[in-house]
Write a protein that binds this ligand. Structure first.
Ligand code: ADP
Ligand code: MG
Length: 224
């Protein structure tokens, strides 16, 4: 029966995904179609229309990229890595974006390496997504505090922002496909993060206070 329940959950998720994908891809397609029609009747504004078409195509490819994670679920390359090294490379990657928003990213880590058995690219994707969300939650200059330490056989990574926070009633929606509160979001980032953490036998936890900020915790089994 438990298996049946799991199957039902899976089918429900697939249904939800299918509806979401259809919706998310139909909108930009409709808009592309419309602008091509306009270009035929008003060739003088072609540059402007091409720009919009280009953006809409980007939107579709970002959705398909994120969904690829479901296409190759067993294609993980597990190796021993120092999570601190992975984390530092993610921070370096996003420092430019942070600087533009006058946001400082601070890292507070333990002295010794944090060995975990993981797929480096996938874990990078998780960390980058969480830091990006943190950056996007902050309207004003401020600090994103990142910590990494070991606790009871687990590595614990935390990312704390000074952003808008998440209303209590929306916390349970985090990770549901296509749940987004952003006009330019696709609501697939956290779903992907949760899926990757599940594949690593790790987990993600959230603590948030409206108007104060949010902390995402990432737990991974330690390998030492
Ligand atoms: P997207 O970023 O495309 O909206 P995500 O799956 O990454 O999709 O996030 C889903 C939603 O969760 C966001 O739209 C936002 O409402 C909320 N969220 C995620 N991270 C944060 C955060 N650090 N602070 C506030 N809200 C967040
Ligand atoms: Mg996101």
């Amino acid at each position: 029966d438990e298996d049946n329940l799991l199957e039902n959950d899976k089918m429900a998720l697939i249904g939800q995904l299918a509806a979401g994908i259809a919706h998310e891809i139909r909108n930009p397609l409709t808009s592309i179609k419309g602008f091509i029609q306009l270009m035929k009747s008003e060739p003088t504004k072609n540059d402007q229309y091409l720009e919009i078409i280009d953006q809409e195509i980007d939107r579709i490819s970002s959705i398909t990229n994120e969904l690829m994670i479901f296409a190759k679920p067993n294609h993980l390359k597990f190796e021993l890595h120092d999570l601190k090294v992975i984390l530092r490379s993610c921070i370096t990657l996003l420092e430019g974006v942070a600087y533009q928003k006058q946001i400082r990213i601070t890292l507070d880590s333990c002295e010794e390496p944090v060995w975990v058995f993981c797929d480096k690219q996938k874990i990078k994707q998780v960390i980058i997504n969480l830091i990006k969300n943190a950056l996007e939650s902050m309207e004003d200059p401020g600090i994103i505090t990142i910590t990494i330490r070991k606790c009871e056989g687990q590595s614990v990574l935390s990312i704390t922002d000074e952003g808008c926070g998440i209303p209590n009633e929306l916390v349970e929606k985090l990770g549901q496909p296509f749940f987004t509160t952003k006009s330019n979001g696709n609501g697939l980032g956290l779903m992907m993060c949760y899926k990757i953490m599940e594949e690593h036998e790790g987990r993600i936890e959230v603590q948030s206070e409206l108007g104060v900020g949010t902390t995402f915790y990432v737990f991974l089994p330690l390998e030492d």
